[in-house]
Design a protein around this ligand. Structure first.
Ligand code: AR6
Length: 167
């Protein structure tokens, strides 16, 4: 069975146990996928996120899904790309790993990710896709609950980059 798949679409519409949000360290919303998730989930998500008082880059926090089809939303601030010499690769891997660890702790079977850090945060797409798929694949080898991870790509360019990594 294929455990990692790549689709083109809008992550707010995906019917899975948990979706991941490419947040910022305030966890108080923003543009891009973060803005779309907050709009679709409704104002109760903002109230739930306020209680965390932020989140360091590469770590993750979990809330309910509110008005989304997903049961949970896992919020992780990915790294801003500063040229690659500021620990960006490791921080991006941490975002994927720590998000999956929270999904596992909450007994999620299906998890969907957007392409973390490759929008406003400007992480090079091919490099990010390689790190994402390697970290997810590695995690699935020892996961007890998580067994299906979907990369939800918003545009053709992003879709092609992740597709490349699973073939
Ligand atoms: N579904 C799936 N992917 C989406 C959606 C959607 N509905 N909307 C956008 N994307 P970005 P980052 C894609 O900039 O680089 C926010 O302001 C988008 O096309 O959302 O991690 C936060 O608050 C791109 O491929 O996230 C932070 O401040 C990918 O999601 C900052 O942006 C990530 O782009 C985080 O920047």
């Amino acid at each position: 069975m294929t455990q990692v798949n790549v689709i083109k679409g809008d992550i707010t519409k995906v019917n899975v146990d948990a979706i991941v949000n490419a947040a910022n360290t305030t966890l108080m919303g923003g543009g891009g996928v973060d803005g779309a998730i907050h709009r679709a989930a409704g104002p109760a998500l903002y109230a739930a996120c306020e209680k965390f008082h932020g989140c360091p880059t590469g770590e993750a926090r979990i809330t309910g899904g509110f008005n989304l089809p997903a049961k949970f939303i896992i919020h992780t601030p990915g790294p801003v790309w500063y040229g690659g010499t500021h620990g960006e690769d490791q921080l991006l891997a941490n975002s994927y790993h720590n998000s999956l660890a929270l999904a596992e702790q909450n007994h999620c079977q299906t998890v969907a990710f957007p392409s973390i850090s490759t929008g406003v945060y400007a992480f090079p797409l091919d490099r990010a896709a390689k790190i994402a798929i390697a970290t997810i694949t590695d995690f699935l080898q020892s996961a007890k609950y998580v067994d299906q991870v979907t990369m939800v790509c918003f545009d053709d360019h992003t879709f092609a980059a992740y597709q490349e990594q699973i073939h």
